[in-house]
Design a protein around this ligand. Structure first.
Ligand SMILES: [Zn+2]
Length: 257
């Protein structure tokens, strides 16, 4: 799950476990969840790697836990959403190529190229989903463009422009918004998990290793009217904690496991 955290990375790091984390209800049963341990994971912002604390929430009846990622992260990505978004916007928007965009962002070229490719691969569906979200929020109607990447980019912009009329969202920013409403999966693999999904977890219902059919890939099923309260965007996904980028902090399960 991703919450629309408005804090800077520095402020988030400084606050540690004292961040005022929201406590959303269980996405599966809508019951209350309890904070349940957490883990640390790396985040790179402005060329600097930091370690952040990511709490977990657990639903007792469902017997599953959910990581609660701040919106400046993207699932399994080391770099913050703003960095990823800036590179994508520059390349998909045609301002510069992936190599200069990577240099400007201070990230490896191959990393930036990977983001751009993934975004391009998902651009048609992202464009449709964000365009629909923009309309749902009373925003501008964006029609498909000849260039899928440009369309997706415009749709993200239109959806955020509409969301920015709602309380809380302007401070979050466009790319954190995009991370929030996509459950952190803006540029996640569409059709396959990067991690093995233990079969055992499927029988327990909702879990971080969701069966394919439960993995939302479109951001339109979310409610984003109350961004900064415990009533979080309803993102029916538990973001795992095994970034595919070079450093991969593993998740700590609940105490004793
Ligand atoms: Zn539940």
């Amino acid at each position: 799950m991703v919450w629309p955290c408005p804090l800077t990375v520095d402020a988030y790091v400084a606050a540690g476990r004292e961040v005022e984390f929201p406590r959303p209800d269980c996405p599966a049963c809508a019951g209350p969840m309890m904070f349940w341990s957490g883990y640390r994971r790396h985040v790179r912002a402005a060329g600097r790697c930091r370690k952040i604390f990511v709490p977990r929430l657990r639903c007792a009846p469902c017997r599953v836990s959910h990581a609660l990622l701040p919106a400046f992260t993207l699932a399994w990505r080391l770099d913050v959403a703003e960095t990823v978004g800036m590179v994508i916007a520059e390349v998909a928007g045609g301002a510069r190529g992936a190599r200069p965009a990577a240099a400007r962002a201070g990230v490896p070229y191959t990393t930036a190229r990977g983001w751009v490719r993934r975004f391009a691969g998902r651009a048609p569906e992202l464009g449709v989903a964000f365009a629909a979200l923009a309309v749902e929020l009373g925003g501008q109607v964006i029609g498909p463009a000849a260039d899928a990447g440009g369309f997706a980019l415009a749709a993200v912009g239109a959806a955020f422009a509409a969301a920015a009329c709602l309380p809380g969202w302007p401070a979050v920013g466009a790319w954190r918004f995009a991370s929030s409403v996509s459950g952190g999966r803006l540029i996640a693999a569409r059709s396959q998990s990067r991690r093995p999904a233990p079969a055992a977890t499927h029988n327990r219902g909702h879990h971080q290793d969701l069966p394919e059919r439960e993995r939302p890939t479109l951001p339109t099923h979310v409610q984003i009217a109350q961004p900064l309260t415990p009533a979080q965007p309803q993102v029916n996904v538990c973001i795992g904690c095994a970034p595919s980028d070079s450093e991969a902090p593993s998740s700590n399960g609940p105490p004793g496991t």
